[in-house]
Ligand binder design. Structure first.
Ligand SMILES: Nc1nc2c(c(=O)[nH]1)N[C@H]1C(S)=C(S)[C@@H](COP(=O)(O)O)O[C@H]1N2
Ligand SMILES: [Mo]
Length: 450
């Protein structure tokens, strides 16, 4: 790369008028502490050599920042002892990184959402403290010694399990995304949500550990002739109940107690939740207390009148639970600002409820031309996939888009293609291509491109 292309662009990840962060970060240094440290060490050696050979001190290495030659206090003093924080917490410089609620979204904030700050995360795993929250009736911190799970209905022997009973069964650990069916709902209208946190932040990805639901169904002897569905029920006041087909229940559904290597966080269902890979979040029943085996869909309130798709002909589509293939660029994204022309790494996330991501294309001219992005490993089914692609910004206005294709060959649609089928009254299941406009000023904002 020569000239403009090799000059790294700096990015203001979220400007001051944005709640998220007041920090202007130089992305070339961000997260490269080890390299910086070894550079620091080398430059001291160089300074020593310069002194020995009689060269003037205080002169930074060619092109460098002279501050590098000053020895900061942390290089000359004793650091804090181990276990100062018995449970580790983020740096005090990362305090602006928070899941946030959208004021006024719901009447009471016990029945609301907090969104994951996708714009500031790396890789594919969501730190547990930043996992989005969606509660219909608030969250509880339930005593695991008192918690029970009942399996009943069309089974040879109905059973009530304690946490101890469950945790001694054979377990699996798998990485999966969870996305609320209402994620990106505001984009159905022409509403410019101000950042990717609020437009796409009802999305998180974790490693979940638990016992496959198939093990419990076998343990209770579900009736193979008549069983067609199961009903999952939560222990909170919302009476959350969802129907799941027996095929899915026996496939990859997990009755999980752990997330990212530790017990679930209370907000995410501690001590037990259902993990239904590829399916919208509402089926991932938290504080799980009952699984009933039945022979028909239960048509409970959470599936008969909520989480249904309003179609153009006035009818409602029920039981459309799978989260179709989708992607979004997380940096640069709305609310951020490019501070320079030059090189940028465009990065984002892609996912599909039907399996693995096959390809992600990126456009910087509003969908006229597309280039194929690099997919980072691991590349797992029903899991987030991180993509990256090089871009040189010449200072002209640009429109950034990502388009994902999954292993079934399904291509993420444009918003007008989706509207042609679904109409404009929908709330749920908007998996359209997202557009971010970069202005000549470097400001990035949410736009709709048809
Ligand atoms: N018991 C119970 N389970 C629940 C909910 C709830 O309110 N109560 N909310 C559901 C919805 S709509 C979603 S999107 C996911 C959110 O999971 P999270 O809060 O761990 O992100 O949990 C689902 N499971
Ligand atoms: Mo949801």
């Amino acid at each position: 790369m020569a000239g403009e292309a090799s000059k790294p662009g700096r990015i203001l990840r979220a400007p001051e008028n944005f709640v998220d962060s007041q920090l202007a970060l130089d992305i070339t240094n961000n997260g490269m502490n080890d390299q910086r440290r070894s550079f620091l060490r080398k430059s001291f050696l160089a300074a020593g050599a310069a002194m020995a050979s009689g060269t003037a001190l205080g002169q930074a290495p060619a092109g460098g920042d002279p501050a590098i030659l000053k020895l900061p206090e942390h290089s000359t003093s004793l650091g804090k002892p181990v276990a100062t924080n018995p449970y580790g917490i983020p740096s005090r410089f990362e305090g602006a990184l928070q899941r946030r609620e959208s004021p006024g979204l719901t009447r009471v904030n016990a029945a609301s959402v907090s969104f994951t700050p996708l714009q500031s995360l790396f890789g594919i795993i969501t730190p547990s403290g930043l996992h989005f929250e969606r509660h219909h009736q608030g969250w509880h911190d339930i005593d695991p010694s008192q918690h029970r799970l009942m399996v009943n209905g069309l089974v040879r022997q109905q059973k009530v399990y304690s946490m101890d009973d469950l945790m001694r069964l054979p377990s699996v650990s798998r990485m999966h995304f969870i996305e609320c069916g209402a994620n990106t709902a505001m984009e159905w209208g022409n509403v410019a949500v101000p950042s990717v946190q609020y437009s796409h932040g009802m999305l998180s990805c974790s490693e979940f550990t638990g016992v496959p639901l198939s093990v419990l169904l076998d343990d209770c002897g579900y009736d193979k002739k008549t069983a067609r569905f199961v009903l999952a029920e939560g222990a909170d006041g919302s009476g959350m109940t969802r129907t799941i087909s027996i095929e899915r229940a026996l496939d990859d559904v997990i009755v999980a107690w752990a997330m990212n290597g530790e017990m679930l966080r209370p907000e995410n269902g501690y001590p037990l939740r259902l993990v239904v890979p590829g399916v919208q979040g509402v089926s991932w029943v938290k504080w799980l207390r009952r699984i009933e085996v039945g022979d028909q869909p239960y048509a409970t309130k959470d599936e008969a009148i909520h989480y249904v798709d309003a179609m153009p002909d006035g009818m409602y589509r029920q039981y459309t639970g799978i989260q179709e293939c989708k992607s979004v660029i997380t940096t640069p994204s709305a609310g951020q600002r490019l501070l320079d022309t030059g090189f940028y790494n465009i990065t984002g996330l892609a996912w599909s409820g039907r399996g693995k991501i096959k390809r992600v294309d990126v456009s910087t001219d509003g969908g006229r031309n597309w280039r194929t992005a690099r997919l980072e490993s691991p590349l797992l089914p029903k899991c987030l996939t991180r993509f990256n692609i090089d871009w040189t910004w010449d200072g002209a206005p640009a429109v950034l888009q990502a388009r994902a294709i999954d292993e079934t060959g399904y291509v993420q649609p444009k918003i007008n293609e989706l509207r042609a089928v679904r109409g404009t009254r929908s709330i749920y299941h908007n998996n359209a291509i997202q557009s971010w406009q970069v202005a000549a000023s470097g400001e990035v904002s949410n736009v709709q491109v048809y």
